[in-house]
Write a protein that binds this ligand. Structure first.
Ligand code: C2E
Ligand code: MG
Ligand code: MG
Ligand code: MG
Length: 280
């Protein structure tokens, strides 16, 4: 009996693994050439200042539609792009698109909006990247301070000397450094002390619970207090309800982002939304 069960379990896992590997293979196969076939689009999710209720910036979020696979989520394709190195070229596309839209957005509205861009570990190791960024900013006449580079704790696990240097360079060039998904990784506090972060983004998983359980509420409260004592700006991710917003506002959270205000939207929609808001 045990033997049969064992064998079935084994074949169950093998099947699941094969399916997973096959999917991964297909995704990677389609990912090659996706840039050339122009299958990517950038969406932008507005970031709202709690104090004023106004849009102060946006986060650029990549979307991929492939004819064979349909819509593939970034949580699925970014790790594959990362592993295969394709992320370097894809990341350049993201920078170019996001910066040129930021320029349009700022000049349309005459407001100093910020643009947040996600950086994955492989991109971060690409020494060319910062030069590229710097060049585009010069060309577009955008202030580096208006670009927020979001990194996750995973990126900080590695050669500490190199990481320290790279983060220092980012900071010296004037970019704003944000810690994304705060609370989901390890040793976060040490990183906050050690590296030049200016912004901390509290992960959605904590925001979800703030109106429902005291432990999430207390954790968020403590995180906001700690961030402020370290002079960090706090962004709450994944705000979906009025109640969550009210709590965050009471706790002194600076900025919010989430479906309660808007899903990630196309550039033209964001332009329209912010023009509407300035007219109010
Ligand atoms: P992230 O940087 O933490 O982005 C936040 C994610 O939460 C986005 O998912 C966003 O659509 C989603 N979100 C925002 N508000 C809400 C809400 O109120 N409720 C819910 N349920 N979700 C919300 P998305 O766009 O699927 O991106 C997933 C992850 O993929 C991102 O997490 C980021 O790590 C990565 N990613 C996306 N675009 C890029 C990119 O251009 N470059 C790199 N390197 N990574 C990217
Ligand atoms: Mg992010
Ligand atoms: Mg996040
Ligand atoms: Mg994330």
């Amino acid at each position: 009996q045990a033997k049969t069960l064992g064998r079935n379990t084994y074949s169950f896992f093998t099947k699941a693994m094969n399916t997973q590997m096959l999917r991964r293979f297909k995704v990677e196969e389609q990912l090659h050439g996706a840039l050339e076939r122009e299958e990517f689009t950038l969406h932008y999710q507005p970031q709202i200042e709690v104090k004023t209720g106004k849009i102060i910036g946006a986060e650029a979020l990549l979307r991929w539609h492939n004819p064979a696979l349909g819509q593939v989520t970034p949580d699925e394709f970014i790790p594959i792009a990362e592993h295969s190195g394709l992320i370097v070229a894809i990341g350049k596309y993201v920078f170019n698109q996001a910066l040129s839209f930021l320029k349009t957005w700022q000049s349309h509205t005459e407001k100093p909006y910020t643009m947040a861009i996600n950086l994955s570990p492989r991109q971060f190791r690409d020494t060319e990247l910062l030069n590229l960024l710097q060049d585009s900013l010069n060309k577009l006449n955008i202030d580096a301070q208006q670009i927020e580079l979001e990194i996750t704790e995973g990126l900080l696990l590695g050669d500490q000397t190199h990481i320290q240097q790279a983060l220092q360079t980012i900071n010296d060039l004037g970019f704003t450094l944000a810690m994304d998904d705060f609370g989901t990784g390890y040793s976060s506090l040490n990183y906050l002390r050690k590296y030049p972060f200016k912004t901390l983004k509290i992960d959605r998983s904590f925001i979800q619970g703030i109106a429902l359980n005291t432990s999430d509420y207390n954790l968020v409260k403590a995180t906001i207090a700690m961030s402020h004592s370290l002079d960090l700006t706090v962004i709450a991710e994944g705000v979906e309800t009025q109640q969550q917003l009210a709590i965050l506002s009471k706790l002194g959270c600076n900025t919010v982002q989430g479906y309660y205000f808007s899903k990630p939207i196309l550039a033209a929609q964001l332009l329209e939304l912010s023009t509407q808001q300035s007219a109010e």
